[in-house]
Design a protein around this ligand. Structure first.
Ligand code: TRP
Ligand code: SF4
Length: 327
């Protein structure tokens, strides 16, 4: 039997190239090796967006279209919505009862977000419990593996601590201690050379049209020392070249390097070439996502939610029995 794997994303905005290289390409491969569950973490989205939740539903649909367009296959994997499987909240309740406050307050992610998230009031009871719900997401399916980025590592450590405490208290080992599958750091910076992030609005979305992609690439920062066409450029300090290295074939990369360092072609042309290459790379994804209608997403989710609830239901019955609530 294959081991089980779970991961999730919050539907807080359009998916971009960072998600494609940071997570989705990895998820697509993992589908072959594991029994995968991919979750729309909409309760987690609500924790930070509750004052303006208008986008969550639309983002959920768009996100699933991106997932499927990138190769997440509903025939191989369970795609579902956290808020439609009520057992997540039941398990989160139990886990919150046994999780000491100190374990949550000392998490680096929590302290950092309190410092960094501006314009939203996240000093709430719910937000402190964010990682407890995340632990429940994982444990309610008894997942063995959880692919996440570096920033989520401490949440997985917390999940394992909670598992050990549960087993110690109720004298039965029902959960595997879930293992982190660390996703490599994304190879790409944002268009403005800062970290690629929704909040900086410095990304190319998977749903961007060719015109939008061209307009964004035109604005990218190049080698600041290359002002005139006759100036020899330094591709290694140029973000356009970094993108090139990710998207272009070797022949093209060598060509760009040569014309940049030899001052044979200007940055405008170089960017035009890059935009064409990105557009070509995203062409199939774009076509697939356009083909997938809201109704298809509805159907796929209904099916996924049902499968998820079946597994989660079994876990919850067992948990209730162990903590002394029923049977
Ligand atoms: N916290 C994760 C993030 O922001 C999303 C998430 C919620 C998640 N529940 C999860 C990821 C369970 C992995 C497993 O990226
Ligand atoms: Fe960057 Fe291309 Fe200009 Fe060289 S020619 S500095 S690689 S944009």
């Amino acid at each position: 039997m294959k081991k089980r794997l779970l991961s999730g994303m919050r539907p807080t905005g359009p998916l971009h190239l960072g998600h494609l290289f940071g997570a989705l390409e990895n998820w697509v491969k993992l589908q072959e090796e594991y029994d995968c569950l991919f979750m729309v973490a909409d309760w987690h989205a609500l924790m930070s967006e509750y004052e303006h939740p208008e986008g969550i539903k639309k983002n959920t649909y768009e996100m699933i279209r991106d997932w499927v367009a990138c190769g997440i296959d509903p025939k191989k994997s369970v795609i579902f919505q956290q808020s439609e499987v009520s057992q997540h909240l039941e398990l989160a309740m139990v886990l919150s009862i046994i999780t000491p406050l100190g374990w949550l307050e000392r998490l680096p992610t929590y302290k950092e977000q309190l410092r960094e998230i501006k314009g939203r009031d996240i000093t709430t009871y719910g937000f402190l419990g964010y990682p407890v719900l995340q632990a429940a997401d994982i444990l309610v399916y008894k997942a063995h593996k959880v692919p996440v980025g570096e920033d989520q590592k401490s949440h997985l450590e917390l999940t394992r601590e909670i598992v050990r405490k549960f087993h110690f208290l109720y004298k039965k080992e029902i959960f595997p201690e879930p293992e982190t599958l660390l996703t490599k750091v994304p190879r790409l910076l944002g268009l403005d050379n800062r970290k690629m992030s929704k909040s900086y609005d410095n990304y190319i979305a998977l749903s961007d049209s060719p015109d939008e992609i061209r307009a964004k690439v035109v604005k990218m920062i190049t080698d600041p020392k290359r002002i005139k066409l006759a100036d020899k450029g330094h591709p290694d300090v140029c973000n356009v070249f970094s993108y090139c290295k990710v998207f272009a074939d070797n022949e093209k990369i060598t060509e760009v390097h040569k014309y940049c360092t030899g001052a044979l072609k200007g940055c405008t042309e170089c960017k035009k070439d890059l935009a064409d290459i990105i557009i070509e790379r995203l062409k199939d994804i774009r076509a697939k996502r356009t083909n997938l209608k809201d109704l298809d997403v509805d159907k796929l989710l209904k099916d996924g939610n049902k499968k998820a609830a079946e597994i989660a239901g079994e876990t919850i019955s067992k948990v209730k029995e162990l903590v002394g609530l029923h049977k």
